[in-house]
Design a protein around this ligand. Structure first.
Ligand SMILES: Nc1nc2c(ncn2[C@@H]2O[C@H](COP(=O)(O)OP(=O)(O)OP(=O)(O)O)[C@@H](O)[C@H]2O)c(=O)[nH]1
Ligand SMILES: [Mg+2]
Length: 283
């Protein structure tokens, strides 16, 4: 015998699938619970719904408490190997650039102050994930606006700040505002209309990072690569992979820019270069 649920139940199930937050899922599940056929053959299904209700109640509770706790202190959840914040005067093309660089889909329009809250995207640069954030247009004394402190904290936690310049005066405004607020993070200056692919390369080149690939013996290099600071050694890579790794380390074979020949053998202090491939050998 089949379960054969009615149309109300099916609609609730559709809602469940379409729901994007735990609270919405829970609401749909409660509707499913109210409309699921109550006969012997649907006992398994009833049981499943009950379990899911319990799970989503728990998730809803967790989400509420984490939101409460983090709102005041955290203005941005950092992601990827570096955070790059994009600033500019009103209408200078920040959202357009964010869209070209990342998976974000911000509102773009020809009037000023289109962007009202930080917009966040991920740039996948040759396998390295970089977080790019557009903060709303910078105006003189922006730090005194309601959201000013939030924007300052995003700027301070960024590995790099990209200044997007449209008009002659923009650079003076942006530099002045950063200086006044004692923000001295690394900066990169980009002109409106510059080629997005070239900007990606410039961002990567300015970050001071290298990407290295690990490799298992007899196999091709692993993907994606790992981002490390310029000057990183085999030890840094080993520590990144696992704290315990160093104890077991015997030697590494390296292919690429830091090796004189393929599969050259090195110890923990060997300095790595961009695009190196490293094969660890352990005891
Ligand atoms: N020709 C040209 N137009 C651009 C370029 N970048 C942006 N625009 C246009 O400039 C206007 C503003 O673009 P946005 O990307 O919304 O600028 P924004 O800096 O995010 O603006 P706000 O968020 O309002 O401060 C839009 O009409 C865009 O189509 C560009 O490289 N070339
Ligand atoms: Mg914008």
């Amino acid at each position: 015998m089949t379960v054969n649920p009615g149309i109300e139940y099916q609609l609730a199930e559709d809602d469940f699938r379409a729901a994007s937050t735990p609270a919405e899922k829970l609401q749909a599940l409660q509707k499913m619970w109210a409309t699921v056929p109550r006969h012997k053959s649907s006992e398994g299904l009833q049981q499943q719904i009950k379990q899911k209700i319990a799970k989503y109640k728990e998730l809803t509770k967790k989400e509420k408490s984490s939101k409460k706790g983090s709102r005041a202190s955290l203005s941005l959840k950092k992601e990827g190997s570096a955070t790059i914040t994009l600033i500019g005067a009103p209408n200078s093309g920040k959202s357009t650039l964010l869209k070209q660089l990342t998976n974000a889909n911000p509102l773009i329009a020809d009037y000023p102050f289109t962007t009202l809250k930080p917009e966040i995207g991920i740039l996948n640069y040759k396998g390295i994930r970089l977080q790019i954030v557009e903060i709303p247009a910078i105006v003189e004394n922006f730090e005194k606006t309601e959201k000013g402190p939030t924007y300052l904290s995003i700027l301070r936690m960024s590995e790099m700040i990209v200044l997007l310049i449209e008009k002659k005066d923009d650079l003076r405004l942006l530099k002045g505002e950063l200086e006044k607020n004692d923000i001295h993070n690394k900066t990169l200056i980009i002109k409106k209309g510059d080629n997005a692919e070239k900007i990606k390369d410039k961002i990567w080149d300015s970050l001071g990072l290298i990407k290295v690939f690990t490799k298992q013996p007899g196999k091709k290099a692993d993907y994606p690569p790992i981002a490390l600071k310029k000057g990183a050694t085999v030890r840094d890579l080993a520590e990144y992979i696992h704290k315990d790794f160093i104890r077991k380390f015997k030697y590494a074979k390296v292919w690429g820019n830091s090796a004189k020949f393929k599969a050259q053998t090195f110890g923990l202090d060997h300095g790595l270069e961009d695009n190196d491939v490293v094969e660890f050998h352990t005891a």
